[in-house]
Design a protein. Structure first.
Length: 318
């Protein structure tokens, strides 16, 4: 906790005033000012009452004040986590013009050079997790209808870390009910198969890596089928992400005449074995001879570092 840190005591008596805080926020909101944002809706199965429609920057300031921390730290910028990832990566590499978060959820932003009403280039947060035009299966529809926000974030629900494990669980249960996994009657923890979201993205990553995760319950052929299912869901996720990134690239550069760098942060991209390679393969397959013009790079921790950059920039503008 901040109140227990040595920096707290030093900052409390500092004549320079409170530290500037950049607030990386990973939910859809309407930007009202550099430190003001009205929450539009929750997603990723997060649900807290009394926040939708409120200024989350103001709520954070009030919470800090209740803790007696308002003289120590002051929120000066609220910014989407894709944009903070962009700031981190672009600070290190000016060729970056697209950034994504690919973890529990999914979203992308990009640098728009010319926007009516703005003299300088601006970063556009696309909220791409809410795209809904991609094809869907019966399992996608079932997951969406049973989620906390049916009809919303449908693209994110097909590919992000929060939902891949649940898709896997639902498909595996359906296969079991059809008699394809005959001995999947009473599997041990951590997977209580009847409980929604009991299989996490981390569980899915382990299944992708190991062929004998459930060898005490199934035959080798069934274990291989489990692994195949997990790998197919991961591959579909990577290809959907690739499609959305190509859409942004084509918007920026319809004929692909220039180089573009995509910075990505997030637990799914970093932690799922083979995911980055699947994404690159999908980009190469689609872009063909132009594939060399689009580079994807990891921006580990970019969403947090970028929040500090945003706070510093906001302080300069005050």
């Amino acid at each position: 906790m901040l109140t227990h840190s040595p920096a707290y005591s030093l900052q409390k008596s500092s004549p320079l005033g409170p530290l500037s805080l950049g607030f990386a926020f990973s939910f859809p909101y309407r930007q009202q000012g550099i430190a003001e944002g009205l929450l539009l809706n929750w997603n990723k199965e997060v649900k807290t009452s009394g926040v939708v429609g409120k200024d989350v920057g103001h709520l954070l300031s009030e919470a800090l004040e209740r803790r007696g921390l308002d003289s120590v730290v002051r929120p000066t910028a609220i910014i989407n986590d894709t944009v903070t990832t962009f700031l981190t990566a672009a600070y290190q590499n000016p060729s970056v013009d697209i950034a994504s978060i690919l973890g529990t959820g999914y979203n992308t932003c990009y640098l728009e050079q010319k926007t009516p009403g703005f003299e300088a280039p601006i970063i556009i947060n696309t909220e791409s997790g809410n795209f809904s035009a991609s094809p869907e299966t019966a399992y996608d529809q079932r997951l969406d209808q049973s989620s906390d926000n049916p009809g919303e974030q449908k693209f994110e629900k097909k590919l992000s870390g929060k939902y891949l494990g649940e898709l896997f669980r639902q498909i595996a249960l359906d296969f079991y009910q059809q008699g394809l996994f005959g001995r999947l009657n009473n599997p041990p923890a951590p997977a209580r198969w009847s409980q929604p979201y009991s299989i996490s993205g981390k569980d899915l990553a382990l299944i992708c890596l190991e062929e004998d995760t459930y060898s005490h319950l199934m035959s080798r052929e069934e274990c291989l089928a489990f692994k195949r299912l997990a790998n197919l869901l991961t591959k579909r996720s990577a290809r959907l992400v690739a499609a959305s990134l190509i859409g942004v690239v084509r918007h920026l550069d319809p004929h692909l005449n220039y180089c573009h760098t995509v910075a990505i942060d997030g637990s799914l991209y970093k932690g799922m074995a083979g995911y980055a390679q699947e994404l690159t393969a999908a980009l190469n397959e689609t872009l063909e001879s132009k594939a060399g013009l689009v580079t994807v790079k990891l921006s580990a921790g970019g969403s947090l570092i970028g929040a500090a950059i945003a706070a510093a920039l906001a302080k300069q503008l005050r």
